[in-house]
Design a binder for this molecule. Structure first.
Ligand code: GAL
Length: 417
């Protein structure tokens, strides 16, 4: 059950003429949560809404990172028939808000005090022109490594905390006859790995390059070093990496075929779904050199302008359900992410989840929390896609060295702006 004070419920009832916050209308939800762990988390949401009498019309568009989903969304909006609620990230939310097609969630956000409990870094994308336009459901972060405990134990080495230690572990895993690095060669996955490499060059550098889009940072020595490391990592993936889905790469670590995966914490959902536990089947570490910093991507549900009072009521009820503290805990425990509110206890979370919650709070306080470039929280889609192109080209050997890749990135970002 969601937690609302009686005052909040009656305020809503007054505003919307509701007997309770439950609405009979269905919500059509466009999302890309089709992998095992993602679907399990989505069920937590569906069931929570069902309890409140809100029906679910599913519009799944497979494809990690959501690019295909965003293409499907454009088609629906162009046809004048947007879904009720859409999973969305960062600058995509702002872009749709700018076009004036999103609804307004102030009627629930205000009485429920979202301003006080949702971190400012998220609010920057959940609000537009001072109004709430999206309900953040979680906070994922990209700078994680998921390591098979058995494969690590076999190396005789400790979990790596530096680049050199990481390379030593990868080399040993290779010697042991497994694929050291499980990877799926898709642009957003290449970019997810690159988020960590750039962050490891320094928090100021990450901000300068991917948030401020400073040409000197984009084309400079540190970027060249990050690309050189990307090329080095490339040497630890198997021959069949191209086009592989991220969850199949996770499965390689889960079944012992590969040693580790550099991926956001949605990967944890796959390990959990397979019955593995942190510290037993797998371990989670921050990407070596990024400890103390977090590159986040928060999934948010943006609500589109829809016709009909009942539909709007359902949107508000869904938004309210998403922000309920008990739902935030139940959902994120399964998804691998951490709550989008600062007041949710970590009691039900496993060790990786507890670490994620602590890391996020500390990074937020220390000014080392940054939007993920790879997941649309660094820059708008045009710049993100231009960045993807260069990273993927580099991963596939199109540049002789990191310096030429960095020079290409500088030019590509300039052209995309
Ligand atoms: C991310 C999203 C996650 C997860 C991942 C892989 O962009 O934030 O929730 O779904 O893609 O699909």
């Amino acid at each position: 059950m969601r937690k609302m004070t009686k005052g909040m419920v009656s305020a809503l009832a007054l505003t919307f003429g509701l007997a309770s916050v439950a609405a009979a209308e269905d919500v059509e939800v466009l999302h890309w949560w089709t992998a095992g762990g993602e679907a399990a988390a989505l069920n937590v949401l569906k069931e929570d809404l069902a309890k409140q009498g809100i029906g679910w019309v599913d519009m799944p568009v497979a494809g990690g990172g959501g690019e295909a989903a965003m293409t499907a969304l454009s088609a629906r909006v162009t046809a004048g028939d947007p879904p009720t609620a859409v999973q969305m990230l960062g600058f995509d939310i702002t872009d749709w808000a700018e076009q004036g097609v999103l609804g307004n969630l102030d009627a629930v956000a205000g009485p429920e005090g979202w301003d006080n409990v949702i971190p400012a870094a998220l609010q920057a994308f959940s609000k537009y022109d001072g109004h709430w336009i999206a309900a953040p459901v979680n906070v994922h972060s990209t700078n994680w490594v998921w390591i098979s405990k058995a494969a690590l134990d076999k190396t005789g080495l400790a979990a790596p905390t530096t680049w050199d230690e990481l390379i030593a572990v990868l080399d040993k895993m290779k010697e042991n006859g497994i694929t050291p690095l499980a990877h799926g060669g898709q642009p957003w996955q290449d970019a997810t790995v690159f988020d960590s490499l750039v962050l490891a060059q320094g928090t100021d550098f990450y901000k300068a390059a991917f948030i401020d889009l400073d040409p000197e940072a984009l084309g400079g020595e540190k970027m060249a070093a990050a690309f050189d490391q990307l090329l080095k990592l490339r040497s630890y993936v198997d021959d069949n990496f191209s086009g592989r889905d991220w969850n199949l790469a996770s499965a390689m670590v889960i079944n012992g075929e590969a040693g580790m995966q550099v991926m956001g914490d949605w990967a944890k959902g796959e390990f959990l779904k397979a019955g593995q536990k942190p510290g037993e089947g797998f371990i989670c570490i921050r990407f070596p050199g990024t400890q103390g910093a977090v590159t986040f991507n928060a999934d948010q549900f943006a609500m589109f302008n829809v016709k009909g009072e009942e539909k709007v009521k359902a949107q508000l009820a869904m938004a309210s359900a998403i922000e309920s503290p008990s739902f935030q805990s139940a959902f994120n425990v399964v998804k691998g992410s951490v709550p989008a509110r600062t007041d949710v206890p970590d009691t039900d979370f496993d060790d990786c989840g507890k670490k994620g919650i602590k890391d996020l709070a500390e990074a937020n306080t220390n000014g080392t929390l940054f939007g993920s470039m790879a997941h649309g929280y660094g820059a708008p889609a045009a710049v993100k896609n231009a960045t993807y192109d260069v990273i993927t080209a580099a991963f596939n050997g199109e540049y002789t060295d990191g310096a030429s890749a960095a020079a290409a990135l500088k030019d590509a970002v300039a052209a995309a702006q």
